[in-house]
Design a protein around this ligand. Sequence first.
Ligand code: TRP
Length: 447
Amino acid sequence: MTAQHAQWGSRLTFILAATGSAVGLGNIWKFPYMVGESGGAGFVLVYLVCIALIGMPVLVAEWLLGRRGGRNPIDTMAKLARERGRSRAWALLGVSGVLVGAVILSFYSVIGGWSLYYTGQAAGAQFAGADAEGVSEIFDRMLASPGTLLVVHTLFMAASVAIVARGLKGGIEMAVRLLMPTLAVLILVLLIYAMFTGHFGAALHYMFALDLDSLTGGTVLAAMGQAFFTLSVGAGIMMAYGSYLGQETDLLSTARTVIAFDTVFALAAGLIIFPIVFANGLETSEGPGLIFVTLPLAFAEMSGGTVIGVLFFVLLSFAALTSSISLLEPAVEFLDERSRLGRVGATVLSGALIWVLGIAALLSFNLWSAPLPVVDLTVFDLLDVMTSQYMLPLNGFFAVLFVGWVLDREQVRRELGLEGVRATLWSLAARVIAPLGVGAVFVAGLT
Ligand code: TRP
């Protein structure tokens, strides 16, 4: 075990790292296509409600647990359970978190690879003058080639490993400082472009004009899964990040900041993508390829589109990297603290295992595209659905339950700096609303 546990350089770096983890492909790639697959505003509403009522308490709970425990998620849970005289089985929550993070990274890296590929395409001016058909062709060609996907998946994984191996300060902090603000500026540029496509109103309507008919149990479950995915909760990641946190950081206000950034990025991505979808007569239900067949059209059309296109995909790749390094961190922290591998060895070993699983995921788009028996999903979809819709909410459920019901209530209130009504509200959220909310969504989704 490392003698001295590392700490974030400052509150700002912690906010940047947590935001870097939260904002990623989940916001820009996944959110728009999930909205499109589930028919628009109903999904968006449930998503926002889940973020506020479930995501926020779970996020705060994970940070609090991590900071209390001060170690990797597994030992943190074991230690806290012991302190409160509870079963050691709580350590399983940490185990599950570490595993889920690794599984998510396996398919996340495949999409990170797509971003890298598109950076290359944009740089080669491949989108210039392309129409909807040409752009789809580029996408299909990429998917059809296992070799191409393998190369870019490997590159993305290697970059993640290289950053995480360097440790907290040199790696993660450095990467988020510069990149996140630049990405925000570029999203703003694209948003302004989207406003002038003539279909911005339709996109607003699509995303926000509530039509309850589009809401099914499955949509509700998917929306909750997305809320967990986008906030990076339910996988031990925020617990691991919390373990590097000093006592002085105010968890509630930090959570509000991170959630605000995350939500703005997701909604902005939707408001950028859908006007392009409508303007070009594309399908909203395109699926995981949505941003890859819409944005290039915008880049093809706008002046300076090649430069903006390259910049955009570079930044998307970086946003994905600041998330992927967080997905790798809990497994690495655990192996590093519990073995003699050392930080570098631990990172390389975890990275290699995850890379192999990622290969199974990328083959889902070509050689192995037949759905698996029983579950009727491809490996890629199975990894995604299993983690986002089931394991993340389940882990989050137990994390917030532990903070709400197992930890000492007074101590938690003091730690969050809460008194009076706000303290009651917090208890209500952590003990009742968030756990029941997860339960209710499960019931709704499975019936
Ligand atoms: N939240 C990130 C995104 O939206 C992905 C991610 C990073 C994540 N860490 C996570 C998802 C932990 C679930 C759990 O792209």
